[in-house]
Design a protein around this ligand. Sequence first.
Ligand SMILES: O=c1ccn([C@@H]2O[C@H](COP(=O)(O)O)[C@@H](O)[C@H]2O)c(=O)[nH]1
Length: 486
Amino acid sequence: MKELILKLFEIGALKFGQFKLKSGMISPVYVDLRVIISYPKLLAEVSELLWAASSKAEYSTVCGVPYTALPMATCISVSHSIPMLIRRKEAKDYGTKKMVEGYYEENSKCLIVEDVVTTGSSVLETAELLRKHKIVTSDAVVLLDRQQGGKEKLAEKGISLRSVLTLVEVVENLCEMNKIEKTVVDEVKQFVASNNKSLEKNESEKSGFPFKQKETAASSRIYGGVRCDRGGYRKRAVLSKHLVTRKLFEIMESKQTNLCLSADVVSSADLLDLADTLGPLVCAVKTHIDILDDFSPKVVDQLVEIANKHNFLIFEDRKFADIGNTVKSQYAGGAYKISDWSDITNAHSLPGSGIIEGLKAASGGRKDRACLLIAEMSTKNNLANDVYKEATVKMAEEHGDFVIGFICTSKVSKNPQHVHFTPGVKLKPGKDAMGQQYLTPDEVIKNRGCDVIIVGRGITDSANRLQEATAFRNAGWAAYVQRVSS
Ligand SMILES: O=c1ccn([C@@H]2O[C@H](COP(=O)(O)O)[C@@H](O)[C@H]2O)c(=O)[nH]1
């Protein structure tokens, strides 16, 4: 992605200064992707990245939003043998007067392709026209999401938008490559945070929960030069530098869930069935891959496919605890090759920062791999004390390029980029026979300020797993909504 961002910058597709947008907003950055057509190799690369970012479902047709995305849709059409549709902007006053050119069948599925999304209105116009022609349009893919509420607006209209790049990611990378100043990055982030239409909306409209999000001086603070609310996942997605954190918060907001399923089952079929059935309700599926009786590399390939289909992250709860050199082999090698398929893994901080160095080295610098440090455990008489917790948070701060948060039972870090995952959750407080202790979603999210509830047997032991997962998802989300609105 760095290479792509650099190329876009070099050909003048990304400009910094003061620009008036179509909506009338004054923006510190201007994106002009029309220039790509003068660089055929880049056009082909961008089109492949767009296809890779899409859900790659069985599309009958692709349709570019006129005009800039038309050549991109054409490239996708040609290289993946998917017929193309062209949406006319204005009807001809002679001949057929058709608004949609190309062959399609009623109820066939079309992928909409766009270059830049700001408010999402151009994608929506295209979708509405296609829908009038009885073409199914539920998916769109964009090269650059300006993060100004387009994704959320489209989601409300039943269109899931996937993006290759986000604006914040672009400016952060350009700054890392010394192409723009840090002050420009802060200016763009500030612009994104204060011009995201979806952030300004009354949250109750979208969540279905009766509350109105207030942003008062007391409920907001400055972190890293950017104002953020007390815990809104959407704003934290914008603030987050790490791709995995950003993706996680975006998934949580768009699917309205802070539930991570702990799929502690021993058969591959059961694992895949759980992931497929409960996938729509969760932001992540946590595995203990070494407890499968019948592990084969095919299982993780299938799990990744299901994760893409339902848009959740995979978290292998490996709890690494050895020296850097050993965990390097454990993470990337052996039978499980965890770094190949798991977005998130976790590690004890006990061995010191060498463990993070080892895991990072094994990830080969992949930006889509991340680690949680175990700051606290949910079990009775565990040995994590305040000194241990503080040292763990310090280690996380020092390794923000790989460590994205914690396993903990209450919020341990004030950094809004840190995600707090909490295991030991059931609908009623309690314990098991081996020291596990349970808190409720309300206690974990609302009172203790954590972000994600990890639920295992509360769901897997139930006779109706779907119903139980729905109850956890609703309880976790209601607790979050109450937290950010109080
Ligand atoms: O402190 C910790 C760390 C990890 N876990 C893991 O979470 C799940 C909890 O399962 P339940 O069935 O909901 O008790 C399990 O995979 C543990 O290994 C934890 O419980 N506590």
